[in-house]
Design a protein around this ligand. Structure first.
Ligand SMILES: *Cc1c(COP(=O)(O)O)cnc(C)c1O
Length: 403
């Protein structure tokens, strides 16, 4: 008889490594696998399940809207779509003249942003500036924006015009001219290992793009929806961008993405210039609107700030020689390790019933639901300490490190 691992290997394309478990159920910050083992979920599907699993608000929004109206074409508007657009404009400070395009994923939101940049730039502004180590998705346009050449190489040629520059204000100053259509940045580079931008970077990018007439596009797909302890990563910096892209946490587990545009950038798309069959359907938008309403109602943005602070104190307080530092903001945290053993730490954590992720060999990424409280933090403390201790012990045994 074939195991679920065999099925996964034989029936799913080979784009992912070996799956870690066969998950069957979730509730709050806990997941259960087919063997009945309980896992503490401090990854939240990579910053997606903002409210945790099977939250009553999420369940009710999905079932009520599914029983009311799930899909119509974009020839029609629906109340949930309009409600979500208005809410996103308000939360993102997009003002009365802001507008929203709905997609089904982060990559598609960035595809829309890419087309926005082209519409803005035309033939006289062929350049698009993105950052080294940046990640913007896997579709061709979003992949062109993504820095990692190993991800892009097998799929060359890329859509043209994108240049990747170091994430320093000096590099941006040197790169800017009047042929730049847009600068796209993540406020915190999530996939790169939760790497923050230098102090003052977004303000500098805002003033340089204004000077040169380029759009400033902020990819908030991982940092948005309250994750960093503010509604969006850019909210910490007191700037107004020309566009932001959203996905992951705004749907709480339902697939949805969005491009929010500000000011003049809001008039660039014209009838026929872009579209998506599923984008903005009443089911997805009703769920995202309910998720964001619950984040507002329950004060989960503040909870993310407060629990994020507690979490980083817990991690540094462990005093593990393996922990070299803690990066990130709110509940998007990168634990910097003193050795390239993030994979081992993730494996040891899983053996103890804790789900975290290795963003790169030196960084463990932690991104729990925004709803976590004392109980989850206390359990995390014990499980993460045990995982670090296991890896430290095995390193000492094998003499691989002198930790
Ligand atoms: C996850 C992510 C994307 C891609 O989103 P998908 O929904 O996987 O297409 C783009 N940008 C950032 C910053 C992300 O974290």
């Amino acid at each position: 008889m074939s195991t679920w691992q065999d099925d996964a290997e034989n029936d799913l394309v080979l784009n992912a490594g070996r799956r870690l478990a066969l998950l069957t159920r979730g509730e709050g910050s806990y997941l259960w696998d087919a063997d009945g083992t309980r896992h503490l979920d401090f990854l939240a599907g990579i910053a997606v399940t903002s409210l945790g699993h099977a939250h009553p608000v999420f369940v009710d929004a999905v079932s009520t809207q599914a029983a009311t109206l799930a899909h119509v074409s974009n020839y029609f508007a629906t109340p949930p779509q309009l409600a979500l657009a208005a809410r996103l404009k308000r939360l993102a400070g997009a003002g009365i003249d802001g507008r929203v395009f709905f997609s089904n994923s982060g990559a598609e939101a960035n595809e829309a942003a890419f087309k926005l940049a082209r519409l803005h730039g035309g033939a006289s502004r062929p350049r698009i500036i993105a950052l080294e180590n940046g990640f913007h998705g896997r579709t061709m346009g979003s992949l062109a924006l993504t820095a990692k050449s190993s991800m892009r190489a097998p799929f060359e040629p890329m859509p043209g015009g994108v240049e990747h520059i170091p994430a320093t204000i000096e590099a941006l100053e040197a790169a800017m001219d009047d042929r730049v259509a847009a600068v796209i940045v993540e406020p915190i580079q999530g996939e790169a290992g939760v790497v923050e931008l230098p102090d003052g970077y977004l303000q500098a990018a805002r003033s340089l793009t204004l000077t040169h007439g380029a759009l400033l596009i902020v990819d908030e797909i991982q940092t948005g929806a309250g994750r960093t302890g503010a509604w969006f990563g850019f909210s910490h910096e007191g700037i107004t961008p020309d566009a932001i892209t959203l996905a992951k946490g705004i749907g709480g587990g339902f697939p949805i993405g969005a491009l929010v545009t500000y000011g003049a950038a809001s008039s660039l798309f014209t009838p026929g210039s872009h579209g998506s069959t599923f984008g903005g359907n009443p089911l997805a938008t009703a769920v995202a609107d309910a998720v964001l309403a619950e984040i507002e109602r329950a004060g989960l943005v503040d909870n993310a700030a407060r629990r994020g602070q507690e979490l980083r104190e817990i991690i540094t307080g462990l005093g593990s020689p393996l922990v070299a530092g803690v990066r990130g903001r709110g509940l998007l945290i990168g634990v910097e390790l003193s050795a390239p053993v993030a994979g081992d730490v993730v494996g040891a954590a899983q053996a103890h019933g804790l789900i975290v992720n290795a963003a790169n060999p030196e960084t463990v990424r932690i991104a729990p639901a925004l709803t976590i409280g004392d109980a989850e933090l206390a359990e995390f403390h014990d499980l993460f300490a045990a995982a670090l201790a296991d890896v430290s012990a095995s390193l000492t045994d094998s003499g691989k490190a002198h930790a």
